[in-house]
Design a protein around this ligand. Structure first.
Ligand code: 3PY
Ligand code: MG
Length: 255
């Protein structure tokens, strides 16, 4: 079996990769998402039902389906970084990174010395990576800081300046809620997104964004974002169920 593309390999293709957040905690749902054709799956430990053990099962299912596994950590959940890397995840998203110091702590937890504090052990990742694992793990590792607070927008230059941060993922929902304005929040959010985008481009960093609709996902891809995370497994399922029952009820009303 050919191994799935890594996140770096996905980003090197000419088409914009699309993933979704999976938080329902179900390996069956993850398999459905993979077989639907998503390029990557984000196992969501921030808002989802997965624990470490669930995330360890999830990576096996995602890889077996030939899809790229990514994990979103809980906010401030750096103690999980080591076991998630040991389990074989090599693309990590840290939510709510608002300062350069938080970005540095993220990089340190994910890196072996001398850059970081990751401890060495034989693990699933080293078994698969072979003898050179420790030396080469950095070539595959992708660390993405979520920019989803207006403070993070103001600090995004220094966040992206931290060595080891490969890129950012904008979280428009939390970003909007951090813009404490009753009017003009949408315009401020657009300005904030444009500022982050220009800054990321200036740093040569990867930039992705969470999109609530497929139309906005397309818009962001056309606008230069290099990856999009569309919706969540929960919402996609809910939309499908709602559409189904709406169609049934529309027919019942006629019949
Ligand atoms: C946000 O938009 O805040 C997100 O975290 C996307 O999941
Ligand atoms: Mg968020």
């Amino acid at each position: 079996m050919t191994p799935p593309l890594t996140f770096r390999q996905l980003l090197a293709r000419s088409t914009t990769p699309i993933g979704t957040f999976c938080g329902l905690g179900s390996i069956d749902v993850i398999e459905l998402v993979c077989h639907a054709g998503f390029d990557f799956v984000v196992v969501d430990l921030q808002h989802g039902a997965f624990d470490l053990d669930g995330a360890r099962h999830a990576i096996r299912a995602i890889e077996a389906a030939g899809v790229c596994p990514v994990v979103r950590l809980p906010a401030g959940g750096h103690t999980l970084i080591e076991p998630l890397l040991d389990a074989g995840y090599s693309a990590l998203i840290a939510p709510m990174i608002n300062t350069a110091a938080q970005a540095r702590a993220f990089v340190q937890a994910a890196s072996y010395p001398p850059r970081g504090l990751r401890s060495q052990s034989s693990c699933r990742a080293s078994l698969r990576g072979g003898a050179g694992y420790r030396k080469h793990v950095g070539d595959q590792l992708v660390l993405l800081a979520m920019i989803e607070h207006i403070d993070a927008v103001n600090q995004c230059g220094s966040i992206l300046g931290e060595q080891g941060i490969d890129g950012i993922l904008i979280g428009p929902t939390d970003l909007t809620s951090s813009i404490c304005e009753s009017s003009g929040a949408a315009e401020k959010r657009e300005q904030a997104i444009a500022h982050v985008k220009t800054t990321a481009q200036g740093h040569g960093s990867w930039m992705g964004i969470a999109a609530a609709t497929i139309e906005s996902a397309r818009h962001f891809a056309a606008d230069g974002f290099q990856f999009v995370v569309y919706s969540t497994d929960r919402r996609i399922l809910q939309d499908g169920l709602t559409r189904t029952i709406d169609a049934w009820q529309a027919g019942a009303a006629r019949g």
